[in-house]
Design a binder for this molecule. Structure first.
Ligand code: IDC
Length: 330
């Protein structure tokens, strides 16, 4: 080939490459993070390498929408080294998704959409959390959950960084059989749109009785995990024993919410018990997400109540729990 032709040929190739990659990053920026799979009790990437997710949960999206912004998510990723954010969508409670009106539902869906976009741009995994709490039995809003998750799964099926948490904390004596029957329907709804996304399923007794679940997990689907929640001011060795039992039976666990205050989200921090929990989570490579990104006057808030910034925080803006949590990520 003549020298000039060769250059022409090479520059054409270069232009084609630039056009193609630019197109794919703008449309599918979501493709940047590797899709995760469940293998044994752990999350792994395509090469089979274990990935431990670690991050921060928003408070309820209706209460504290101001923290869902690009700079905030970038800050958590770059400065705190968190790789995951959880978007807590209360179903009931203050302006809940199922109790508020249609305009409220629309606003919340938009907030989730923004949250997913910001997380994607920041290079973070994002958990969409159906935050049942006072509505203790997920069956109460089962119809709404099926419609919601179908919509989300269809919207985000190309996003390799989106995970679904389908019922935060069943409580009030709701049995595993009841949760299981709900979960099967919601998992089926998600799988009708997205064959692969990781789905995290709540467990009885405020997502603590994982040992019971381990005796009869849901069969027939890949990439399912189960929720374990703890607050180190209240929960210690007894709950870790349940977790160990579940892991021994092969149940994949994900700590999608935790704190070191007491279970009310307030009271004194128990750092000593917190350290035991972290040692356990790190040794088993279990993902963990700290509650909550807000400046609410409570000890489980990551920011001091005097801090009015919704991004760009300094060390002095963090509460004692916030400082402790951020140290775990590094
Ligand atoms: C708490 C919040 C608090 C809010 C309350 C009721 O910290 O500001 O008033 O919910 O909505 C959970 C729940 C989580 C709780 C948290 C602390 O998942 O919603 O948040 N907690 O009580 N499980 C155990 C503790």
């Amino acid at each position: 080939m003549k020298k000039s032709r060769k250059w022409l040929y090479l520059s054409c190739l270069l232009v084609m490459f630039v056009v193609l990659t630019a197109g794919s990053t703008s449309v599918h920026a979501a493709g940047k993070l590797p899709a995760l799979k469940v293998k044994g009790t752990k999350l792994v990437n395509a090469k089979g390498k274990t990935v431990q997710l670690k991050g921060v949960s928003t408070h309820g999206l209706s209460w504290f929408p101001e923290y869902v912004n690009q700079k905030s998510f970038d800050h958590m990723k770059k400065k705190w080294k968190a790789n995951t954010v959880r978007l807590a969508l209360y179903t009931s409670d203050y302006n809940g998704y199922c109790t508020g009106d249609a305009a409220n539902r629309k606003a919340l869906e938009k907030r989730i959409d923004k949250g997913v976009q910001y997380a994607t741009k920041a290079g973070m995994y994002v958990i969409i959390d159906w935050h049942i709490l006072n509505d203790n039995n997920p069956k109460i809003y089962e119809k709404e959950a099926i419609a919601f998750f179908k919509k989300m799964a269809s919207k985000y099926k190309k996003h390799t960084n989106v995970l679904y948490e389908i019922c935060n904390e069943p409580n009030g004596g709701t049995s595993w059989e009841t949760i299981k029957s709900y979960a099967k329907k919601v998992v089926k709804a998600i799988r009708s749109k997205d064959k692969k996304a990781v789905i995290i399923i709540g467990t009885p007794n405020w997502s603590q009785d994982v040992d019971i679940v381990a005796d009869s997990p849901i069969k027939g689907y890949k990439n399912l995990m189960y929720t374990l929640h703890f607050y180190a001011g209240t929960h210690g060795e007894d709950l870790r024993t349940k977790a160990k039992t579940a892991l021994e039976k092969g149940l994949p666990l994900f700590v999608t919410e935790f704190g070191i205050s007491d279970a009310s989200g307030n009271g004194v921090l128990n750092k000593k018990e917190g350290a035991k929990w972290m040692k356990f989570l790190k040794s088993k490579k279990i993902g963990y997400v700290g509650w909550n990104l807000s400046n609410k006057e409570e000890s489980s808030a990551i920011l001091k109540s005097s801090c009015k910034k919704s991004f760009g925080w300094k060390e002095k803006d963090l509460s004692p729990w916030g400082k402790w949590l951020v140290k775990q990520f590094k």
